[in-house]
Design a protein around this ligand. Structure first.
Ligand code: GLN
Length: 199
């Protein structure tokens, strides 16, 4: 796909930052709030924000089922933080009745790093990158469990959470528990855009 349209789920969360990052990479970046907008996109980003609000709004705006269908049909999809929770098949510490779109055969723990360390930043190695990524975590989930088909792209290097998985990919779906849309490092968006262009 030479010049793909990449949608960003825009009912909630820091979608503007993702739209900006994608535009910087020369991609046609589109805010998605309605099924017709999703239908015009070749790929999708689900931003950071609040997953409990996201799934309710996705239901209200009748985006939930179309999203499940497109992701299941192989649309390249990238979620950050709350977006990772939305893409996980299973969650721990969700609210009662919290639904996810699924797509990643993983279990994600919401607000996993604990309330004392609500937000923090740190350098982590990311699969295939020569230099580490400066990752920003905000009430972030971690990946508690992965199955065989899931590729681990990054884990916490040191400290009390060392070894915790914070970036994964399975087929057409990838996710990070941190926010590459915050700051000026476009490498993770570029990684996704390269994949979209190849598909
Ligand atoms: N804790 C939020 C949730 O459960 C995610 C936080 C974020 O996206 N920065 O959805």
């Amino acid at each position: 796909m030479a010049s793909p349209s990449i949608g960003v789920f825009a009912l909630q969360g820091d979608f503007r930052e993702h739209l900006h990052a994608l535009s910087e990479l020369g991609v046609d970046a589109v805010a998605v709030r309605r099924p017709e907008e999703l239908a015009r996109c070749d790929a999708l980003v689900i931003p950071g924000g609040e997953s409990t609000t996201m799934y309710k709004l996705a239901r209200t705006f009748e985006l939930f089922e179309p999203l499940v269908d497109r992701i299941g049909a192989g649309m390249p999809t990238f979620g950050t933080c709350a977006g990772m929770i939305m893409l996980a098949d299973r969650i721990v510490d969700g609210i009662v009745g919290q639904e996810t779109l699924g797509g990643l055969d993983i279990t994600v723990r919401r607000n996993a790093f604990g309330r004392q360390v609500d937000s923090f930043e740190g350098n982590i190695s990311f699969d295939g990158f020569a230099e580490p990524v400066h990752a920003v975590f905000i009430r972030a989930p971690w990946v508690e469990q992965v199955t065989d088909g899931v590729e681990v792209l990054a884990a916490i290097d040191e400290g009390p959470a060392a070894g915790r998985i914070v970036a994964v990919r399975q087929d057409n779906v990838m996710a990070t528990s941190f926010h590459p849309e915050v700051g000026n490092d476009l490498r993770i968006h570029e990684y996704f855009v390269d994949y979209v262009r190849q598909s």
